[in-house]
Ligand binder design. Structure first.
Ligand code: XLS
Ligand code: CA
Ligand code: CA
Length: 442
């Protein structure tokens, strides 16, 4: 078998003092944290699209890295070379999962969907054959319902019923591939499900049609034996000016309205939180309190830029607070898919390894620090004390839902003036986070 990355060895854990660029400093797969190994806490996944397809092209310039893998692009031979390169890449990093859109794994035949589907059958057979015995499998599948010009007005939210049917056909195939590859989930990201102007938009119909596609997918998926989770991946904007799945709270409200909240969860992407004006932690907390944590698209945005930069995560503060939410919610159901790409000038295969190394290490360090914060206990104790007025007396009755408006008013009249609710102590708490982050325990 041809080696695609001959200069890259297997990436091993060497510890925080290592200066070897091709080694993990924090990700030690077998190390136990709060009773589970790091690899159990952090099921990492490779994103087919960024890693094996994207070549650095942007709106102002052409590609900077060659991803032909030595064969003619947009052929089945190329599709297979990508499978082989991807498996070598995952093995070298110890990554057990991958995620893809339908047209990441084969070239789409834009004049006949039947030809595309035959290609998908062929490539998924090949993926199964090549991953057999490797321990590598599919985290989730999804469909590209945004790239082809037919989706210019949306997919499920298109004004055209023909286009809706094409989206449905792709989702059907996407679910069949999820079952065939044993995927844990199926993702809906509504790239074009939004609008540019309300002057031409029937928002009510568009939203109803999106819910209809979700319902069809759930019914068909369950019928063919798909036992995994359906995920919605919220994103506020880009490519559309406004996207219907704006953020986690909006998407959860949407699912509840249409009775889909028991089988759908969220796939939270850090960079999309930034675009919605939220933190990654905020989006995860919204999911946690609604029992909706599904999977994570691991990346980071640049707060100085207003678009989706899909950078490899390197900000330990953010991953610590994200892992804090995930640990407190009982862990991740899906995994951590690196929906991340190297910056355009980082244009070698070695840079792709550096991207994954920094991303995996940043989540590993975030996990270590989040566990330390939980074990430290000061934040939890502070929050418990802060709300203690709801543990007895009138507060307890309010909490249990048995107090009336009159009772609360009578209580207020009796005490005449409330005592101070107490300091929020934000600076003290931020200091605790810093002292844990920069302790030398890791
Ligand atoms: C784009 C999205 C996309 C989804 C899958 O911004 O992140 O890549 O993860 O369609
Ligand atoms: Ca994503
Ligand atoms: Ca993104």
């Amino acid at each position: 078998m041809k080696e695609f990355f001959p200069d890259i060895p297997k990436i091993e854990y060497e510890g925080r003092d290592s200066v070897n660029p091709l080694a993990f400093k924090y990700y030690d797969p077998k190390r136990k944290i709060l009773g589970k190994t790091m690899e159990e806490h952090l099921p990492f996944a490779m994103a087919w699209w960024h890693n094996l397809c994207a070549n650095g092209v942007d709106m102002f310039g052409s590609g900077t890295i060659d991803k032909s893998f030595g064969v003619e692009p947009r052929t089945m031979e190329h599709a297979k070379a990508k499978v082989d390169a991807g498996i070598e890449f995952m093995k070298k990093l110890g990554i057990k999962y991958y995620c893809f859109h339908d047209v990441d794994i084969v070239p789409e035949d834009t004049s006949d969907i039947n030809i595309t589907n035959l290609r998908l059958d062929e490539i998924t057979d090949y993926i199964l054959e090549r991953t057999e015995g490797t321990g590598i499998s599919c985290l989730w599948t999804t469909c590209n319902l945004f790239g082809n010009p037919r989706y210019m007005n949306g997919a499920a939210s298109s004004n055209s019923a023909d286009v809706f049917c094409f989206a449905a056909a792709q989702v059907k195939k996407g679910l069949e591939m999820a079952v065939k590859l044993g995927a844990k989930g199926y993702v809906f990201w509504g790239g074009r499900e939004g609008y540019e102007t309300l002057l031409n938009t029937d928002m009510k119909l568009e939203e109803e049609n999106i819910a209809t596609l979700f319902r069809m997918a759930r019914d068909y998926g369950r019928e063919i034996g798909f036992a995994g989770d359906f995920y919605i991946e919220p994103k506020a904007k880009e490519p559309m000016k406004h996207q219907y799945d704006f953020d986690a709270a909006t998407a959860i409200g949407f699912l509840r309205k249409y009775g889909l909240d028991t089988e759908f969860r969220m796939n939270i992407e850090a960079n999309h939180a930034t675009l919605a004006g939220h933190t990654f932690q905020h989006e995860l907390r919204v999911c946690a309190v609604n029992n909706m944590i599904g999977s994570v698209d691991a990346n980071q945005g640049d707060t100085l830029l207003g678009w989706d930069t899909d950078m490899f995560p390197s900000n330990v503060y953010d991953t610590t607070m994200a892992m804090y939410e995930i640990l407190k919610a009982g862990g991740i159901r899906g995994g951590f898919n690196f929906d991340s790409k190297c910056r355009r000038p980082s244009n070698t295969f070695e840079d792709m390894f550096h991207g994954y190394i920094v991303g995996m290490d940043t989540f590993a360090l975030g996990l270590i620090k989040a566990a330390e914060l939980i074990e430290d206990g000061r934040i939890d104790r502070f929050i418990k004390k802060r709300y203690e007025s709801f543990e007895s007396g009138i507060g307890q009755k309010i909490r249990e839902g048995s107090a009336t408006l009159e009772e609360c008013a009578e209580y207020a009249a009796k005490i005449k003036k409330p005592a101070s609710p107490g300091s929020g102590r934000q600076e003290y708490l931020e200091g605790i986070v810093n002292s844990v982050l920069f302790s030398s325990n890791s």
